[in-house]
Design a protein around this ligand. Structure first.
Ligand code: ATP
Ligand code: MG
Length: 381
């Protein structure tokens, strides 16, 4: 897929900006705080409806403006797409695809696919489980856009169940479990199981690709393992290779395990007034030779791991979607040593349309510079 143009209106520090992309590689060159990352963030929002920086819409809309608009024209094998995302200070969003306002935001997902890689991604190794869940969810939204809806349903049930638990604990302060809670238990188990199984499936596909990249980049025999670790026990099955009946059975089994776990944690939940079981507390385990990656190795080794994950993401999206996604590289070259820089630049070649930010051109060889479009970014222009 190829992003042909981007138009920003009142987005972050951009007042009004139109950009045409004319080469497979675009270098966004500029000093700090000029708007380079903001531009990548705009593309990321079109692809995932999420921001890497976990920004709220009122932060995305330009200061003192009520509304912001991101428009893009994208060429895919199936044809040209025109996308517009409208953001408002109050958080209400509208999405328009090829001139038509979409009722469901999920229909907007999957039109543009993009993988973002920035220095923030080091948090994938060092940060809390929430960072890894957010990363996995963002990937899943692109692999199967319906996942956005499934996740939303789960969070809605979770919010309601938490509100109920909190209210119960605060007002009645009983040690007994209110019977109404079982209605929420059932919904939590059903929607939560859908989330867990999809996350597990995605990680099962990603893990071998990431391990392969990791071995190749590190040039060693160290083995990277990526594993989804739900707090509800999960049946070990290969989802792609089993008939529908087995799928249903697997869903039921996980659901039952979910119920059992809720029962086990019932007293603790009443004490804490919040839901303790479910995919909102799951983890994606990253280990190297069986040692948790966080405790393992230098910053450089952790960067290698993140680079392997990102390259695996690119490859997996390409396999599933059938077209290479866009690659958004935010200031990462400066963080990699020359050999890892080369690994990354070699892997990209001209296969993925790449937007790359930098404060200076020193990291690029002449071949890159000659085949790139270079845009200088200054004060939101
Ligand atoms: P660096 O090289 O430091 O990463 P950058 O060019 O990537 O810099 P950005 O993060 O894209 O910088 O832009 C930061 C600028 O955008 C800051 O000056 C910030 O004040 C401004 N900015 C962010 N949000 C808004 C907003 N809602 N309205 C106006 N300006 C904003
Ligand atoms: Mg930046």
């Amino acid at each position: 897929m190829f992003l042909q143009s981007l138009q920003l209106r009142h987005f972050r520090n951009y007042q009004e900006q139109y950009i045409e992309f004319t080469a497979p590689k675009t270098i966004l060159l500029g000093n700090n705080a000029q708007g380079k990352s903001n531009l990548l963030e705009a593309v990321e929002l079109l692809a995932t409806l999420r921001s890497h920086r976990m920004a709220k819409d009122k932060e995305l809309v330009q200061d003192r403006e009520p509304i912001s608009q991101i428009k893009a024209v994208l060429k895919r094998e199936a044809g040209i797409h025109d996308l517009t995302l409208t953001l408002r200070r109050n958080g209400r969003r509208t999405v328009n695809l090829n001139g038509e306002n979409l009722r469901k935001q999920t229909d907007f997902l999957g039109v543009i696919n993009a993988v973002e890689f920035s220095s923030l991604d080091l948090d994938l190794v060092r940060g809390s489980p929430e960072v890894r869940r957010h990363w996995l969810d963002t990937l899943l939204v692109q692999l199967e856009p319906v996942y956005a809806y499934i996740l939303q349903q789960y969070h809605q049930v979770l919010r309601q169940r938490n509100a109920f638990l909190k209210h119960h604990v605060e007002t009645l302060n009983l040690a007994s479990r209110p019977s109404e809670l079982s209605i929420w238990d059932a919904q939590l188990a059903t929607t939560g199981t859908r989330v867990i199984r999809r996350r597990d499936r995605a990680i099962q596909r990603l893990a071998p690709i990431a391990a392969k990249w990791h071995a190749s980049i590190s040039g060693s025999t160290e083995v990277l393992q990526v594993k989804y670790a739900p707090n509800v026990p999960l049946e070990e099955i290969q989802p792609e290779q089993v008939p529908d009946k087995t799928q249903e059975k697997a869903q039921e089994k996980v659901q039952q395990a979910f119920f059992d776990k809720i029962q086990q944690r019932a007293i603790a939940e009443l004490h804490q007034g919040t839901t303790l079981v479910g995919p909102h507390r799951d983890e994606v385990e990253l280990t190297i030779n069986q040692t948790p990656a966080r405790q393992y190795g230098s910053q450089g080794q952790q960067r290698t791991l993140v680079l392997a994950l990102k390259l695996a993401e690119l490859q997996l999206i390409e396999e599933v979607v059938g077209e290479p996604p866009l690659l958004l590289l935010d200031d990462v070259l400066a963080e990699l040593d020359p050999s890892r820089q080369n690994q990354l630049l070699d892997a990209i070649q001209d296969r993925f349309q790449t937007l790359i930010t930098t404060t200076h051109l020193g990291s690029f060889d002449s071949q890159w510079l000659n085949s790139s479009q270079i845009l200088s970014v200054k004060d939101g222009e």
